[in-house]
Design a protein around this ligand. Sequence first.
Ligand code: CA2
Length: 147
Amino acid sequence: MTTAGPIYVLNGPNLNLLGTREPDIYGRDTFDDVVSLCRTSAARFDRSVDVRQSNHEGVLVDWVQEAREHASGLVLNPAAYTHTSVALRDALAMLDVPVVEVHISNVHAREPFRAHSYVSPVATGVIAGLGVTGYALAIDYLCRTAR
Ligand code: CA2
């Protein structure tokens, strides 16, 4: 029997600052709290996560390419690159594993430019507006479905 690969949890620009401002939109949890939440969620299924954050589009593209080889599933909060990045979308389109796009805030209830995502059409599913709980739900889904 082979062991399932880790679930990659990739986060885009500024999410390292989570919990330091705009608590009305993003809540009070810090990025470290998100890392702990992801680990706990996966551990329930005896699975592991690899949680990363970058402010750089090319780094995120590199990690998505790496996920093709090593991950059993991907949780992605592309942050602002959601609304701008064709490069990220193209990298995701080459993935064979399931991808869950997560947004802490409800992007459809905010400025109109946040309603469009380059990522959603190539994602398996999308969670938005449930706070950081969205990460736990995405990991729960991937643990139940992705091997
Ligand atoms: O709601 C989300 O998770 C977003 O992906 C967050 C992005 C935003 O550009 C998207 O439209 C929606 C922004 C991330 C900013 O990160 C923070 C930095 C400091 C405090 C709180 C959040």
